[in-house]
Ligand binder design. Structure first.
Ligand code: ADP
Ligand code: MG
Length: 676
C-alpha cells in the first residue's frame, strides 16, 4: 500500500488532512467516492442559471468597469459583462481589484461563476439583477474544463477540490488496478472492469458513466460482503416433514383456521428442525399476523422430537402474556411449561432450575433472565426469540450457548426491507407472514392536528366504551422533565377521568413495579379496566382483542416503526378499530411525512421500506452487522435493491457450482478411505 504522501505536493501536513477523510493510501484515494459531479459537458449561459443550479459556464465580454468602496474602505471592482446571448451581469471583485488588469472593457474570458439572482425592481433600476462574487476566469475553453465532468469530493479544512482531483488522478495513474471478481461475472452483468470503473468514477465522460462505474464497484463490494456470509450458511436438505398428532390436535382446537402463511412458516420450520443442522430463521410478520401461534406449533414439534424449548420475550409483561397463552393452548397436550424472570427468586427459582436441568420442563418462557449463568437445560433444541429487534446479538449468543447449538427462531414485527434481508441478514432463512388472519378490518387512522378536533376524538372513543370496547392512550414519556410542552401523562390521566367519569382506567408506565404492571394488564384483559393511559410500554406484542382505540399523543415524536407497532395493538379481532395520531403544533417535514404514511397505509412492509428511505439503514438491525454496512462505500442498501438481488443470485450460483464440484471431489476420497 502506497501512502498518500507519494502524491506530488502532498506533505505530512496535507497527509493529516487526507487522514481526516479516511484517506491514508492511494488505494483509499481511488475508492473515495465523489459526492457529486460538476457537469461541464455543456456550456451554461447566464440566463439558464437558477437557484438550484447557479453555475454559469460560458464565454463573456466585459462591457464596462467601475469601482466602489465598501464600508471598510476596501476597493471593489465591478465589471459588467455580457455573454453570447446578450445576458448581462456584474462580476463583483471584493478585495480583488487587481483583476482590473484582466477585466478591462472589451476583454473576453471563459467564466465559471456562481450567480446570484435578485428579483427586485428597485435594485439598480433592473427587474432581474444578476451578479457573481465567486467566479473563475479562464483563457480557453479547455482550461475552463468545458466538455468535461469534474468530481466534487467531500472536503475538510485545508483541502481543496483541486488537490483532491490531483491526488485521484495520480493514484489512478500509478496504481495497478486489478479485477477482484471472477472474470465471467463482468460479462454476465455488463460490469466495467475495475480499472476502468475507478477511472470513470472519478473522471467520467458522462453522468451515466459515473453511475455505471459506481454500480460496477458496488457489485464487487456487495459480493465480497455477501459471499463469505452465504458460504458459511449451512446447506440444509429439504424434504417434507409431516405434522405430529399433537400439532394437528392443537390446530384443530383453535376457534379459527390458520392462514396459508402460518401453515407454510410452520412447515418451513419443521423441515429445518429435522434437517440435522441448526436452524437460523427469522419469522417476520406484520403486527397481528399471528406469529406467536407459529411459535407454539414449532415448539410442540421440537418437544415431541425430544427437545426442550426456550421462549424469550423482551419484557416481563410480554413474557407473562405469552406464558398464559401457552398454558391455555399447550398444557392440555401434556406440555410442561414454566415461567422465569428476574423476579422469580429463592426456593421457587432453585426448584425450577433443577427441573429444567432434569428435563422435567419442556417449555420455558421468560425474559432475558433465561440467559443467566445458573440456567441449565437438559437438551435445549429450539430457542424462540420474540420481537428480536429489541435484543442485542450478545444475548442471543448467550442463549445459543445453553444447548448444543440449538435452532433459533427470531420473530419480528418490524418487517425487514428486502434489500436489508438479502444483505445484512444473508445468513438467515426467512419466513414471512404476509396474509392477515381473515375477518380483520383495516384500522382507520386519523390525524388530530388541532385542539378542536380532540373533542370529536373523545366522542368516538366514548361510543366505543359504550359498546364494551377498550382503548389505549399513549404518551412519549412519563413526566414533564425539562420540556414544558410535553403533556404530562399523569395530568392527562386525571383529565381523562373527567371526560370519562364512569369508565374504569389505569395508569401504566415503566417505573411501576413489574407486579403492578402485570396486575393492571390482567385487569385490562379481563375488562375490569377499560382504558390504559400509558407510556410506550405497550408498544410491543400486547394482545387484547377487544381494544379498538389507540390514541398516540405527540405522535410526531415517534418513529415510523414505533407508530406502526403501537397502532398494531388494536385491530386484533374482527371489530372495527381506530388509531388517532395527535400532533399539535409545528411539525418538521420528516414528522409530517411519517404521519402521512401512517394515514395512508396499514401495510407494515411498505412502512418499513419508507422508514428505510427516510432514515437510512443505520438504525435497523443490530450494531455488529451494521458496522459492516456503514463501511459500504459504493452501495446504498436503501436504493440498490436490484443490484443486491443480482449479487445474491450470483453468489448462490457460484456456491451451487462449487458444492457440486466439492461433492465430486469427495467421492473418490471416501473410496480410498474405505479401502484402508
Ligand atoms: P403478532 O404476529 O403481532 O405477534 P399474535 O401472534 O399476537 O400477533 O396474534 C394476534 C392475534 O391474532 C392473537 O389474538 C391470535 O390469537 C390471533 N390469531 C392468530 N392466528 C390467527 C388466525 N389464523 N385467525 C384468526 N386469529 C388469529
Ligand atoms: Mg407478537
Amino acid at each position: 500500500m502506497e501512502s498518500i504522501r507519494s502524491v506530488p505536493g502532498v506533505g505530512s501536513k496535507m497527509a493529516e488532512r487526507f487522514a481526516i477523510l479516511g484517506i491514508r493510501t492511494l488505494e483509499d484515494m481511488i475508492s473515495f467516492m465523489p459526492r457529486s459531479y460538476d457537469d461541464r459537458t455543456q456550456e451554461r449561459m447566464i440566463a439558464d442559471t437558477t437557484e438550484e443550479n447557479p453555475t454559469a459556464i460560458c464565454r463573456i465580454y466585459v462591457k464596462k468597469t467601475s469601482s466602489f468602496y465598501n464600508k471598510k474602505h476596501e476597493k471593489t471592482l465591478k465589471a459588467t459583462v455580457v455573454d453570447d446571448e446578450g445576458t448581462e451581469m456584474d462580476l463583483l471583485c471584493f478585495n480583488r481589484s487587481f483583476l482590473e488588469n484582466s477585466l478591462y472593457p472589451g476583454s473576453s474570458w471563459y467564466i465559471i461563476a456562481q450567480i446570484m439572482i435578485k428579483d427586485d425592481p428597485t435594485f439598480f433600476g433592473r427587474k432581474r439583477y444578476r451578479s457573481s462574487a465567486s467566479f473563475e476566469l479562464k483563457k480557453t475553453k479547455s482550461e475552463a474544463g468545458i466538455g468535461t465532468i469534474l468530481p466534487i469530493y467531500p472536503l475538510t479544512e485545508g483541502l481543496t477540490e483541486k488537490i483532491m482531483r490531483q491526488a485521484a488522478e495520480y493514484a489512478l495513474r500509478t496504481l495497478d488496478i486489478m479485477d477482484s471478481l471472477p472474470f465471467s461475472i463482468y460479462e454476465r452483468y455488463h460490469l466495467l472492469h475495475e480499472k476502468e470503473a475507478y477511472n470513470l468514477l472519478h473522471f467520467p465522460k458522462s453522468l451515466k458513466d459515473a453511475e455505471r462505474a459506481r454500480k460496477s464497484l458496488a457489485f464487487s463490494e456487495l459480493f465480497s460482503l455477501l459471499f463469505p456470509l452465504l458460504r458459511g450458511k449451512p446447506e440444509r436438505k429439504s424434504g417434507s416433514v409431516p405434522m405430529t398428532e399433537s400439532e394437528k390436535a392443537l390446530i384443530s382446537s383453535l376457534p379459527f383456521s390458520l392462514t396459508e402463511d402460518q401453515l407454510k412458516a410452520a412447515e418451513e420450520i419443521r423441515e429445518d428442525l429435522s434437517s440435522g443442522t441448526p436452524m437460523n430463521r427469522l419469522l417476520q410478520g406484520d403486527v397481528g399476523s399471528g406469529k406467536t401461534l407459529v411459535a407454539w406449533i414449532s415448539a410442540l414439534h421440537a418437544i415431541e422430537k425430544g427437545g426442550q424449548v426456550a421462549f424469550m420475550a423482551p419484557t416481563e409483561l410480554l413474557a407473562k402474556q405469552h406464558a398464559d397463552g401457552a398454558s391455555d393452548l399447550l398444557s392440555k397436550l401434556g406440555i410442561r411449561i414454566a415461567f422465569l424472570s428476574g423476579n422469580v427468586k429463592g426456593q421457587p427459582r432453585r426448584l425450577l432450575l433443577q427441573s429444567l436441568k432434569n428435563g422435567d420442563i419442556d417449555l420455558i418462557i421468560g425474559t432475558h433472565a433465561l440467559f443467566s449463568e445458573d440456567v441449565e437445560f437438559r437438551n435445549l433444541t429450539l430457542a424462540i426469540i420474540d420481537e428480536q429487534h429489541r435484543f442485542g446479538i450478545r444475548q442471543r449468543e448467550a442463549l445459543a450457548e445453553k444447548g448444543h447449538k440449538p435452532s433459533v427462531l427470531y420473530m419480528t414485527a418490524t418487517p425487514i426491507p428486502r434489500s436489508l434481508a438479502l444483505t445484512m441478514l444473508a445468513d438467515y432463512d426467512i419466513s414471512t407472514l404476509k396474509t392477515m388472519p381473515s375477518g380483520r378490518i383495516p384500522i382507520k387512522t386519523h390525524t388530530v392536528f388541532q385542539e378542536s378536533t380532540r373533542k370529536a376524538m373523545y366522542e368516538t372513543i366514548g361510543v366505543e366504551f359504550q359498546r364494551g370496547h377498550q382503548a389505549y392512550f399513549v404518551y412519549p414519556r412519563i413526566d414533564d422533565e425539562g420540556e414544558g410542552n410535553l403533556l404530562d401523562v399523569t395530568t392527562m390521566y386525571s383529565k381523562l377521568k373527567e371526560i370519562y367519569p364512569e369508565v374504569p382506567s389505569a395508569l401504566i408506565h415503566s417505573k411501576l413495579p413489574e407486579e403492578e404492571k402485570m396486575q393492571i394488564l390482567n385487569d385490562f384483559r379481563n375488562k375490569k379496566i377499560m382504558y390504559l393511559v400509558a407510556t410506550s410500554v405497550v408498544e410491543v406484542g400486547i394482545d387484547v382483542p377487544d381494544a379498538t382505540c389507540m390514541v398516540i399523543e405527540h405522535a410526531e415524536r415517534f418513529g415510523l416503526a414505533a407508530l406502526h407497532q403501537l397502532r398494531g395493538r388494536v385491530g386484533r379481532s374482527s371489530l372495527p378499530s381506530y388509531c388517532f395520531l395527535v400532533a399539535i403544533g409545528n411539525l418538521t417535514e420528516d414528522a409530517r411525512q411519517r404521519l402521512k404514511i401512517m394515514k395512508e397505509t396499514n401495510d407494515g412492509f411498505l412502512i418499513a421500506d419508507k422508514d428505510l428511505e427516510i432514515r437510512g439503514p443505520g438504525d435497523i438491525g443490530d450494531g455488529e452487522r451494521q458496522s459492516g454496512f456503514i463501511a459500504l462505500k459504493f452501495s446504498s442498501i436503501a436504493t440498490d435493491l436490484r443490484l443486491v438481488e443480482a449479487v445474491r443470485a450470483e453468489c448462490e450460483r457460484i456456491l451451487k457450482e462449487d458444492r457440486g464440484l466439492l461433492k465430486a471431489e469427495n467421492a473418490p476420497l471416501r473410496n480410498i478411505s474405505q479401502k484402508r
